[in-house]
Write a protein that binds this ligand. Structure first.
Ligand code: CA
Length: 257
């Protein structure tokens, strides 16, 4: 039998911590908890968990500092779970090396989906040769894109941008990380070139570019592409304990704001 996937939950609010633990345990994950940043760093080193859920407002070291220290030696996927809702906080955490970011309150399904996405990417399953969602299909080997079976023609840059997002489908990529990948670190901070290319892509693949189905904008942060259906575990396989719902987690009492 396969070993259970280990998740380190770093959260100083005991109610939220036990809530997340219950959700994860019900879905067959093995959970270890840390209430402080120091504890988190020490457990990350000793346990080498498969995924870390990291709160930012911790009593000793700020979660961003925990993330920076962790990234010196580790590529363990980190999903920030925070009440900080400012775009700058999200961008900062993602640019420091977080794999994803969830704001409280969050839905159980969303949390579980983000964990699955992070695990998939860390295991290299994203090396899939095909991306497929709804009517859109990208064959990375043939560099071929079809929408409802009809070929879509993209420029070189548009293709690079769309395939980068598709390879990280389900994850948010910050504007800066996309700019760095496509144009190198010396491109200026102006996102205009990115917006223009995205507008062109959306005109070609979205039925209604104002309400995209494939590439979503995380305002002020970056873009997230719809999950690859070839890789996605059906939602029906997720176990969500009946006694919980999204309203159990509120920002009330959280010390982060
Ligand atoms: Ca906290």
């Amino acid at each position: 039998m396969n070993r259970k996937i280990n998740i380190l939950v770093v959260e100083d609010d005991k109610n939220i911590c036990s809530y997340i633990t219950t959700i994860l345990s019900a879905n067959n994950y093995h959970v270890t908890t840390a209430l402080t940043g120091k504890e988190a760093l020490s457990l990350a080193a000793s346990l080498c968990p498969d995924v870390i859920l990291l709160d930012l407002g911790l009593p000793d070291i700020d979660g961003c500092e925990v993330l920076s220290q962790l990234r010196v030696w580790s590529h363990i996927p980190v999903i920030v779970v925070s009440a900080r809702i400012l775009e700058s906080d999200k961008v900062n955490a993602l640019d420091l090396g977080a794999d994803d970011y969830i704001t409280k309150p969050f839905s159980n399904a969303e949390l579980l989906a983000r964990i699955r996405t992070s695990l998939r990417h860390s295991r290299g399953n994203s090396q899939n040769k095909i991306y497929k969602a709804l009517d859109l299909e990208i064959d990375f080997e043939k560099r071929n894109i079809t929408l409802e079976g009809k070929q879509i023609h993209l420029t070189q840059v548009e293709y690079q941008l769309l395939s980068l997002l598709a390879e990280h489908s389900g994850c948010v990529l910050t504007y800066r990380s996309i700019m760095n990948t496509l144009w190198g670190p010396y491109i200026d901070n102006n996102n205009q070139i990115l917006r223009v290319n995205m507008a062109n892509i959306r005109r070609k693949i979205e039925k209604n570019p104002a309400q995209p189905q494939y590439v979503f904008t995380e305002v002020g942060v970056g873009y997230r592409m719809r999950d690859n259906e070839y890789e996605t575990i059906p939602e029906s396989l997720c176990q969500i304990p009946k006694q919980f719902n999204v309203h159990d987690i509120t920002r009330k009492g959280d010390n982060e704001l």
